[in-house]
Design a protein around this ligand. Structure first.
Ligand code: RFL
Length: 391
């Protein structure tokens, strides 16, 4: 098959890119390893930033999100003895998140792609990428070769496209945090009405709304611990201790299921293109899961690259494509810097012999400043909600 733009991976990044290009009259083929049902049912992110919602709305890709998503503009911080609210939408000029499960967004995007005439290839793993200098690059999968003007790897952190960028050129910058997060789905006796971040000297604990009867809980655990180190009774006891609230008690936590461990690490490639091959989304950067930025950064990459490719084909202007890597890295490092500060606020790093009280006093003061009027909280609110515009 010959096309203009070949895309590996039908996650949020690949699908947004494909939809926008196709509607601009650019020929696209998209190849996905998993069957359609798998990508449409894979539960992951849920918090969509303001600027991403506005971008999707402007490109008529947000109908499902706006019809069924829930707008969310505040979060609470629990510090022993205190519950402080950050009304970040009010502080960020009305910008808020929409809570809409990633798998629903993916399902909507696949439908939009088909309506625009796209025919995604599902259950076709890309096994090799050919990108010889000066020639048209190609993606290879069982029974199919896609030759294109440009290849875009939106195939996640373990995809094959990033391997087509020589490691020395990619120059990944990585960081391992000195703790991990345990995550568990909890049955609750009533809905959790907003995100609650618990800051405690034993470590972070969080509870996030999912459905009327389910919440997603997080617990900071020592780096390298496995789920087997955390039997359900231990998780329940620790949640009870760290999320003890003086007023406006939280819902009661019942049965716990779906336990997993999130290894807290980040990797950001320092170059997102080589010749006619580009990478975007998790293929280019794996951000630590604080502040719910991964999916949002993936869509922002796709938006930028879509705009650059449209200008290449419609205006014969190659400058935007040449600047893709530098522009995106600037944005991604800004997001990562925010996520890093947020992690530092939530988690407790206690050297031996430290009882944690000193650090907790500092965190309490930082949280009070966040929730009081003033530039500190306003800046946080803008970064958390994701204000500004995508291309
Ligand atoms: P995806 O969504 O991983 O899509 C990549 C696609 O590529 C396919 N693929 C291949 N296809 C063809 N050939 C190959 N050889 C291939 N290898 C892989 C895969 O099957 C897949 O369909 O990457 P994309 O599009 O860059 O999107 C990134 C987001 O999915 C990711 O950043 C977020 O899910 C991260 N994340 C969150 N982000 C947020 O913004 N807010 C959140 O609240 C949030 N919560 C989460 C998360 C990630 C989680 N995981 C992955 C542990 C919660 C969880 C539990």
């Amino acid at each position: 098959v010959r096309t203009q733009v070949a895309i590996a991976g039908a996650g949020p990044a690949g699908l947004v890119l494909a939809c926008v290009l196709l509607r601009a009259g650019i020929a696209v083929e998209i190849v996905e390893r998993q069957p359609r049902e798998t990508v449409e049912q894979r539960a992951r992110a849920g918090m969509v930033e303001h600027r991403v919602v506005e971008y999707l709305r402007a490109h008529r890709l947000a109908d499902g999100l706006l019809a069924h998503g829930v707008r969310h503009g505040w979060c609470d911080f629990l510090i022993p003895g205190e519950r402080l609210r950050l009304d970040y939408a009010a502080r960020a000029g009305g910008a808020a998140h929409w809570v809409y499960p990633q798998q629903y967004l993916v399902r909507d995007l696949v439908a939009a792609l088909e309506t625009a005439g796209g025919r995604p290839y599902f259950a076709r793993p890309v096994t090799a990428v050919h990108a010889p200098a000066g020639e048209r690059p190609a993606l290879r999968c069982p029974g199919l070769v896609v030759e294109a003007d440009y290849l875009v790897g939106c195939d996640g952190p373990h995809g094959v496209t990033r391997e087509a960028l020589p490691a020395a050129l990619r120059d990944d910058a990585s960081h391992r945090y000195p703790y991990d997060w345990l995550t568990v789905l909890a049955e609750v006796d009533r809905p959790v009405d907003g995100v609650v971040y618990g800051v405690h000297r034993r470590g972070f604990a969080g509870i996030m709304p999912r459905t009327a009867r389910l919440a997603r809980c997080y617990l900071q655990i020592p780096a390298g611990d496995s789920a087997a180190d955390w039997p359900r009774e231990r998780v329940r006891a620790e949640l009870g201790t760290r999320l003890l609230t003086p007023h406006g008690a939280l819902p009661r936590v019942g049965r716990l299921t779906d336990t997993g461990v999130l290894r807290m690490r980040s990797t950001i490639s320092q170059r997102l293109c080589h010749g006619r091959v580009f990478i975007a989304g998790d293929a280019a950067h794996l951000l630590a899961p604080a502040g719910a930025k991964g999916m949002n950064a993936a869509v922002a990459d796709a938006a930028d690259l879509a705009d650059a490719l449209v200008r290449h084909y419609q205006d014969r202007d190659d400058a935007p494509l040449a600047g893709y890597s530098a522009r995106r890295l600037h944005h991604i490092w800004r997001v990562q810097e925010f996520a890093d500060r947020f992690l530092d606020l939530l988690n407790t790093a206690r050297p031996d012999g430290d009882d944690g009280r000193f650090g907790l006093h500092l965190k309490r003061e930082r949280i009070r400043r966040l929730t009081e009027d003033g530039p500190f909280g306003t800046d946080f609110a803008h970064q958390y909600a994701g204000t500004g515009e995508l291309p």
